[in-house]
Design a protein around this ligand. Structure first.
Ligand code: URA
Length: 237
């Protein structure tokens, strides 16, 4: 395991135990396989993504959306960010105050932790695509309402159709339940491989980084989820 990677795991609150004799991390080999020299290089040299026209048009449509009440209180829509050809699509709940003001998902404290989660898997933020169930901030960060999710669903489905990811990582209960149309508690969803409805696209569920900030002891479980996601990804590429 690379030292920079141990650092990200440490930021996630995960101590990796090393075998003193071999200096090989115990039980963490899957990560090593995932991290390539290429991903490290991407971390240093970031090329701004060029969105294809269809994705730009969709983003314009989202920016003008007035399908639900949230358009009245938003500062701006938060379409999503990252590599338009990403294999990995990360889906969260909805923009918060920071995201509403900056127009980019996961830019606050939870976003920093999400970046560490991704880097622990060898994935710089720029290499994945990050979006939310809702493109507008619910006032006072309340839970999304059913009609808001429904209104936004068509945008997310179009994003998935255009980006064509190979795997979805759903972070948090709201993302997982709405994506998969299930009411199962998130604790029971973790550890399973799901498929995005009407497709074979695998979905792995994990806790939301904002929850981890409140409950840091759960970070180890998230690392288990991320390993499952990496194994799932590896099996399909
Ligand atoms: N939480 C989310 O689910 N999404 C964001 O973009 C920010 C915080």
């Amino acid at each position: 395991m690379q030292s920079y990677q141990r650092q990200y795991l440490k930021e996630m609150g995960i101590e990796v135990w090393l075998d003193k004799n071999s200096s090989v991390a115990i039980n963490e080999t899957v990560v090593e396989e995932q991290v390539s020299a290429k991903s490290i290089a991407t971390e240093v040299k970031v090329t701004p993504p060029v969105f294809p026209e269809a994705l730009i048009n969709l983003a314009k449509q989202v920016a003008a959306c007035q399908q639900c009440v949230l358009h009245e209180s938003r500062t701006q829509t938060v379409f999503g960010v990252g590599n338009p050809n990403a294999d990995w699509l990360v889906i969260g709940e909805a923009p918060g105050a920071d995201e509403d003001s900056q127009g980019e998902p996961f830019v606050g404290r939870a976003g920093k932790l999400l970046n560490s989660m991704l880097l622990a898997m060898g994935l710089p933020r720029e290499q994945v695509f990050i979006a939310n169930i809702l493109k507008c901030r619910p006032p006072n960060n309340r839970d999304p309402q059913a009609e808001e999710v429904l209104a936004c669903e068509t945008y997310l489905r179009q994003q998935i159709d255009l980006i064509k990811p190979k795997i979805i990582l759903a972070v948090g209960r709201i993302a997982a339940q709405n994506l998969l149309k299930l009411e199962t508690p998130i604790g029971k969803m973790r550890g399973n491989r799901y498929q995005y409805p009407d497709s074979e696209l695998p979905v792995i569920v994990t806790y939301h980084p904002a929850y981890l900030l409140r409950s840091p002891r759960e970070k180890r479980k998230v690392w288990e989820d991320l390993k499952l996601a990496m194994q799932t990804y590896k099996a399909i590429v």
